[in-house]
Design a protein around this ligand. Structure first.
Ligand code: ATP
Length: 589
C-alpha cells in the first residue's frame, strides 16, 4: 500500500489539518518521501527526509508522541540538523492499516505560542490526528480496492476476449449488459450496437421469464441468425446469474456451428494423414489406378471406387483427399453397411431437437455437416437403402442437406468419394440401386484390382508388411523363404491386402528365427499350394482345406485337453484316433 498513489488527497488533508491547528504539517510515507506539506516545508514536497530524522524514528516506533523539548528528545538524538533546529515542538502520528505503518503525519511548531497550544491540547490533538490518519488509511485502502477491481475487470475482459465463444451477459429483461469481442464479431456488429441491444435481437423469441422461474441452464440449443447480408447457424448455452435467491440475469454463450465442427474435425477427423506413397505396389494394375486417383485429386468431381473387400479402397480415398485442395478440411468415413438402416439417415444428415422420440436435446449434426469443406467417404454405398439413395442424390445435385425434422436447407461444400465391393451395375440392373445415383457417383470410376490379379506386388507388400509388424511386435524378421513366398503367391487372397496384412502378422508372431518359413504360415495357406496351385480357376474350396478349417474351429472352441479332443471328435464325426492323425497331418497347432 502506497501513500504516493493518493498524494493529492493526502495534500488536501494536510492543508485541512494546518488550517484547523494552525501549525505546519508534513506527511511522509514509508519510504521517507515527503508526500504532502504546508508552511515552511511546502517547497520540499517530493523530496526525501533523512534516515535519522524524527519521521524515521516515528515510522520505526509506530506510535504517536509529542516532542516538547526538541534536540533532547530520544527521537532527535541522531538528527543531523539538531544544532540548527528552529522547531519549538513536534507531534508525530503514524498512519496504519492493520498494524502496518504506511506513513507519519507530523505537526511542527515554529513559535512558542504554537508549542503551548500543542502541549495544552495534547489529548484532543492526538484524537484529531489519529482520525485524520485513519482517513488517509481508509483512502489508501479504497484506492487499493478500486485498483484491484479495475485489475480484475481487465483480467476478466482479457479472459473473456480470449475465449473462442461469444459471451453476452443480460439482465432479466434481456438487456445486454456486457459482451466479449467474439460475440460482436459472431453477430457482425460493432461494440456500440451490440450493447444497446436486447438478447431478443440476437435470438428472436426467447422466454426469459420462464427461464428465470425455472432457474435452469440450457445447453447446445441451435439457432439461426440473419440480419441483412449477415447470417450464420449457431448453438448457444444459457446460465442464470443467481444472487441470493433471485435470478438477476443470464449469461449466453454462442458458437458458430461450422467453427465448432471444424474444431471437432481438427481433433478427430484427420488423424491418419495418407499419401499415395503409402499405397504399396508396382504392378501395372495398381500403378494405373494410382495415376487415375492422382488426377482425381485435382478435381471436385465425385469418385466411385470399386474393388473387392480389403483391396485398399479407403486407403485410396484418403490419399485422394490428402492430395486434394481440401486436405486441410475433414475426411469423414461412413460405412453405410455397418450402420443400422433406421440410424443411417440421422448419421448422415443429422436431426433437429424433438425430431423423434429419443432425439437428443439440441439435435445432432450429421456426417455431411461434419465433412463440410472436406471429403465424405461413403464406404459400402451398395448397401444404402433406396429411400436414402434418393436423398443422397438430392444432396449431390443441390449441395444442401435437410436434417430430420429440420425446416431449412443447410448449404454444404463436401466432396463425395463412394466405394463398394458389390457390382453396382448389376445392382442397378436388379433395381436395388438407383441408376441416376449410380451415374452421379460414377463420374470418376476407379477399379482396384484384387491381389490375386497382381501377384507381382506380393514380394514388396510382404517386405513392407513385415517391417510394419516388426515395429508393432518388437521383432526383427526381415526375410521370407522362397517356398513360403511361393505359397503366398499361390493363394487366392479372398480378403486381399487386409488378409495378407493379417497373415504376415500371424507369421511374424509364429516365427522364432528371423526368416519366415512355410511352417509359420496359417494352415489355410499351407494347404492351398498342393491342392489349388492354379490362380485363374474359379474358387472352389478343396475338401481338405474345409476339413482342416473345421478341425481348427472345433479345437479353438473346445481347447486341446484330452476331454476337449473327445468332444471335438464327436462333434466332427470322427474317432479320436482319426482326429489325432488329422491334427498331425495338417500340422494344426
Ligand atoms: N496397396 C496397399 N498398400 C498398402 N496397404 C494396403 C494396400 N491396400 C490395402 N492396404 C491395407 O489393407 C487394409 C484394408 O484396406 P482398406 O480398408 O483401404 O480396404 P477396403 O477396400 O476399403 O476394404 P473394405 O471393402 O473391407 O472396406 C488397410 O490396413 C490398408 O492399409
Amino acid at each position: 500500500m502506497n501513500l504516493m498513489r493518493i498524494a493529492p488527497n493526502v495534500q488536501k488533508i494536510a492543508e485541512v489539518i494546518a488550517s484547523v491547528i494552525k501549525v505546519d504539517v508534513t506527511i511522509v510515507d514509508y519510504g521517507l518521501n515527503r508526500i504532502a506539506a504546508t508552511g515552511r516545508y511546502i517547497g520540499n514536497i517530493g523530496a526525501k527526509v533523512s534516515q535519522n530524522s524524527v519521521f524515521a524514528y516515528a515510522l520505526r516506533h509506530g506510535e504517536s508522541f509529542v516532542i516538547d523539548h526538541p534536540r533532547s528528545h530520544p527521537a532527535c538524538l541522531k538528527c543531523e540538523d539538531k544544532e540548527g533546529c528552529k522547531e519549538y515542538a513536534q507531534v508525530c502520528c503514524p498512519i496504519k492499516v492493520n498494524h502496518q505503518v504506511l506513513g507519519v503525519i507530523g505537526l511542527i511548531a515554529f513559535e512558542e505560542e504554537q508549542k503551548n497550544d500543542i502541549v495544552n491540547n495534547q489529548v484532543n490533538l492526538m484524537e484529531f490526528l489519529s482520525r485524520m490518519a485513519d482517513l488517509i488509511a481508509t483512502k489508501v485502502v479504497e484506492e487499493e480496492n478500486t485498483e484491484k477491481i479495475k485489475m480484475l475487470a481487465k483480467e476478466l475482459e482479457i479472459v473473456l476476449d480470449a475465449v473462442d465463444r461469444g459471451i453476452v451477459a443480460v439482465d432479466v429483461a434481456g438487456k445486454i449488459l456486457h459482451h466479449n469481442v467474439k460475440a460482436a464479431r459472431l453477430f457482425g456488429m460493432d461494440e456500440k450496437s451490440i450493447v444497446q441491444g436486447n438478447i431478443r435481437d440476437l435470438l428472436g423469441k426467447i422466454d426469459l421469464e420462464d427461464l428465470s422461474i425455472r432457474n435452469i441452464c440450457i445447453k447446445n440449443r441451435e439457432f439461426s441468425y440473419k440480419k441483412g447480408h449477415w447470417g450464420f447457424r449457431g448453438i448457444y448455452d444459457v446460465n442464470p446469474i443467481v444472487v441470493g435467491q433471485n435470478t438477476v440475469g443470464f449469461v449466453f454463450t454462442f458458437s458458430n456451428i461450422s467453427e465448432a465442427l471444424n474444431t471437432i474435425n481438427d481433433m478427430i477427423g484427420n488423424l491418419i494423414e495418407t499419401s499415395f506413397d503409402s499405397i504399396i505396389g508396382n504392378s501395372e494394375g495398381i500403378m494405373r489406378v494410382k495415376q487415375e486417383a492422382m488426377k482425381a485429386s485435382n478435381t471436385p468431381s465425385t469418385v466411385l471406387i470399386q474393388g473387392e473387400s480389403g483391396t485398399g479402397k479407403e486407403l485410396f480415398a484418403r490419399a485422394i483427399h490428402f492430395q486434394s485442395s481440401r486436405r486441410r478440411g475433414p475426411f469423414i468415413p461412413v460405412n453405410c453397411a455397418a450402420i443400422p438402416e433406421q440410424l443411417l439417415e440421422s448419421e448422415l444428415f443429422g436431426y433437429e431437437e424433438g425430431a423423434f422420440t429419443g432425439a437428443k436435446r439440441g439435435g445432432k449434426a450429421g456426417k455431411f455437416e461434419l465433412a463440410n469443406k472436406g471429403t465424405i467417404f461413403l464406404d459400402e454405398i451398395g448397401d444404402m437403402p433406396l429411400h436414402l439413395q434418393a436423398k443422397l442424390l438430392r444432396v449431390l445435385q443441390e449441395n444442401v442437406i435437410e436434417k430430420i425434422g429440420g425446416k431449412e436447407y443447410i448449404p454444404i461444400d463436401v466432396r463425395v468419394i463412394a466405394a463398394t465391393n458389390k457390382n453396382l451395375e448389376q445392382k442397378v440392373a436388379e433395381g436395388e440401386f438407383r441408376k441416376d445415383l449410380f451415374y452421379r457417383l460414377n463420374v470418376i470410376p476407379l477399379n482396384i484390382p484384387p491381389l490375386r490379379e497382381r501377384k507381382e506386388d506380393m514380394a514388396i507388400l510382404v517386405e513392407r508388411l513385415m517391417q510394419k509388424c516388426n515395429k508393432k511386435l518388437g521383432k526383427n524378421i526381415n526375410k521370407i523363404s522362397s517356398s513360403a513366398l511361393a505359397l503366398l503367391m499361390n493363394y487366392r487372397w479372398p480378403g486381399n491386402v487386409r488378409e495378407l496384412e493379417n497373415t504376415i502378422e500371424y507369421a511374424v508372431n509364429m516365427c522364432t528365427g528371423n526368416i519366415i518359413g512355410e511352417s509359420d504360415l496359417p494352415n489355410r495357406i499351407k494347404y492351398r499350394e498342393e491342392i489349388c496351385p492354379g490362380e485363374s480357376e474359379r474358387y472352389i474350396v478343396p475338401i481338405k482345406v474345409l476339413e482342416c478349417q473345421e478341425i481348427q474351429k472345433a479345437l479353438d472352441y473346445y481347447g486341446n485337453s484330452k476331454q476337449a479332443i473327445d468332444k471335438a471328435a464327436a462333434l466332427l464325426g470322427l474317432s479320436r484316433a482319426t482326429l489325432y492323425r488329422k491334427i498331425k497331418e495338417y500340422g494344426i497347432r
